[in-house]
Design a protein around this ligand. Structure first.
Ligand code: SF4
Length: 370
């Protein structure tokens, strides 16, 4: 089986690699979307875009990217701002370790590499947030070095070209690298990678690929066999549903918020006090328990305010928000807690679910004023 694939690859390599690249690049030059990070060769900007685009759609990323470049236009600026400002700029993009890694890596690049992104594969891959994909993407797109990027889009295309009816796991990447290495051009690798990424987004889509519009249709074994729709074999994902309760504690027009731990889920973001509901536990009871556990104080009264939902990549959270009054002033940890007005909260990074609750409070205050 392996021998058969090697023969196939070598056949393509010998006869068709140049033609494959030419067709793909011609298509890319005609049909690629004009995106802000494609108008630059600045390695810093390419790096930021590649990190933002992980697990996130182009349309979502564009406003974040533009805003980021306004706030942190270069490596030096990014390395000097506080983490909280970076997390705030990232609010709503999800996968927050990406933002922390960007910030940390920018400091290392400033001190160890004189402010320049290293062009050596191992130096780059050792920086926070640089896995094999990001390293290859930055080196190929910014410096035109011959590294093949394999993300979900490219993995899918390569598996279809080869007609590999397997699951799309990262373990298959090594095999793909091995088989495609003989095909890689010495120049224009950045263009080739971007063309493949674009092909995966626009044409070789996970469902209903538009094969008749595909520039490399003649090279595609899955298409020839009519199996393009079933490659790769989809993986079953477990999607957790979480019910949580939060207390909106107000005093003199300010609200009590707390900082999440610096490791784990949604690290270093801010939120309203509260926590998960236990199985079968009523929301009000859970709120009393959580506030007691977290701050050692009791709630006098809890009045239901709103319920919001937000879907993260691997779970969906439902937040039940209650307006609370306390029987005594809490003793607070200055590093973890703040009393803030709604306006003051705009400077702080929150998970998207909490941000929806803040929006609810702003709307409520606005309608009370009318
Ligand atoms: Fe993908 Fe279809 Fe093109 Fe094959 S022919 S690479 S399945 S779009």
């Amino acid at each position: 089986m392996v021998y058969k694939y090697v023969c196939l690859i070598m056949k393509i390599a010998e006869q068709n690699a140049v033609e494959f690249q030419r067709k793909l690049e011609t298509w890319y030059s005609a049909f690629r979307r004009r995106l802000p990070w494609r108008e630059t060769k600045d390695p810093y900007k390419i790096w930021i875009s590649e990190i933002m685009l992980q697990q996130t759609t182009v349309q979502t990323v564009i406003p974040y990217y533009n805003d980021w470049m306004e706030q942190f236009p270069d490596m030096l600026t990014l390395s000097k701002v506080p983490l909280q400002k970076v997390l705030k700029a990232w609010q709503g993009l999800g996968y927050y370790p990406r933002a922390k890694n960007l910030h940390q890596a920018s400091k290392i690049i400033m001190t160890d590499f004189n402010g320049h992104i290293p062009q050596n594969y191992d130096d780059l891959k050792n920086l926070p947030g640089f896995g094999p994909y990001t390293t290859a993407a930055v080196l190929s797109i910014a410096f035109d070095l011959p590294y093949l990027t394999i993300d979900a889009n490219i993995r899918r295309i390569l598996m279809r070209l080869l007609k590999w009816p397997r699951k799309a796991s990262s373990s298959i990447d090594k095999k793909l690298h091995h088989f495609f290495s003989p095909l890689l051009p010495r120049r224009n690798m950045g263009i080739l990678n971007q063309a493949l990424m674009e092909l995966g987004s626009l044409v070789c889509r996970p469902k209903n690929p538009l094969c008749l519009l595909c520039p490399v249709l003649d090279f595609c074994e899955a298409y020839k066999a009519g199996e393009q729709e079933v490659i790769p074999i989809p993986e079953k994902r477990s999607y957790k549903k979480i019910q949580a309760v939060i207390g909106i504690i107000e005093k003199n027009g300010k609200f009590l918020i707390q900082k999440r731990p610096s490791t784990g889920l949604l690290a270093d973001l801010w939120e309203f006090p509260g926590g998960k509901l236990e199985k079968g536990e009523p929301a009000e009871q859970a709120l009393k328990r959580e506030i007691q556990e977290e701050m050692g104080i009791e709630i006098n009264e809890a009045r239901f305010l709103t319920k919001v939902q937000h879907s993260y990549t691997q779970f969906q959270v439902t937040l039940h928000a209650f307006s609370c009054s306390l029987n005594t002033d809490p003793v607070l940890d200055k590093n973890r807690h703040r009393w803030l007005s709604l306006k003051g909260m705009r400077q702080f990074p929150f998970p998207s679910g909490s941000a929806k609750v803040i929006k609810f409070l702003e709307n409520k205050r606005e309608s009370n004023r009318k």
